[in-house]
Design a protein around this ligand. Structure first.
Ligand code: GRF
Length: 213
């Protein structure tokens, strides 16, 4: 039997890249073939280079508007023929020029239990709202910011003495488990999108995201 080709994964980062690192150290069921950033000095790019992964930097400041930046990014990524594009801490709002180019194969990790706390400063906002559970969400990207079919979530308890920083630390541990796990489900063709719901076809490889390191 001919084994299907491994999926080609592109990852976009703007900062430290700890989610990228989690994808690189776990078996995501595919290969990270390129890491891109809008910031040439993003630590995530360094991390990719150290892992022998190709990198691209497209500076948003070189473009007149969001659409032309997005078009340049699409062109740069398409050279690597990605099957999946993962936004792992990519801090740019993307226009339909980008989102539509990768529709159905564009994933984001967001540090809240969506649909609560879309946007920025999620940990401080969660504390201010007094929620007792907080967490992270991996979802397919649509043209509505931090919206789109939810693939996987993980929750953490909010303790009385939590600060935005301690909460961020707790949530990040979960991010590092659910993101590689969700990517693996995608790469193995196990995600079935039905409207806003994502079903997982029988999944034999691992009983839980907690198996991710
Ligand atoms: C993560 O909290 C992610 O959810 C958010 O940005 C942060 C990126 O962290 N979108 P890192 O660069 O992966 O360490």
């Amino acid at each position: 039997m001919v084994r299907p080709a491994r999926k080609r994964i592109a990852v976009l980062v703007s900062g430290r890249g700890s989610n990228l690192a989690a994808m690189l150290r776990n078996d995501c069921g595919g290969d990270v073939v390129v890491v891109g950033s809008n910031k040439a000095d993003a630590a995530g790019l360094e991390l990719a280079r150290d892992a022998g992964v190709a990198t691209i930097a497209v500076n948003h400041k070189d473009y007149a508007d969001r659409e032309s930046f997005d078009a340049a990014l699409v062109t740069a990524l398409n050279r690597y023929q990605p099957d999946l594009v993962v936004l792992a801490g990519f801090m740019r709002i993307l226009t339909p020029v980008f989102v539509d180019a990768f529709a159905g194969r564009l994933m984001n990790i967001h540090p809240s239990l969506l649909p609560s706390f879309a946007g920025l400063d999620t940990h401080a906002r969660a504390l201010a709202a007094g929620v007792k559970l907080h967490g992270c969400t991996v979802h397919f990207v649509t043209n509505e910011l931090d919206h789109g079919p939810i693939i996987m979530q993980a929750a953490v308890q909010v303790d009385d003495d939590d600060t935005p920083e301690t909460l961020a630390t707790k949530v990040l541990v979960q991010e590092h488990q659910v993101l590689p796990y969700a990517v693996r489900l995608f790469c193995e063709g196990r995600l079935v999108v039905e409207g806003m719901r994502v079903r997982t076809r029988d999944c034999a490889f691992a009983p839980s995201p907690a198996q991710m390191r």
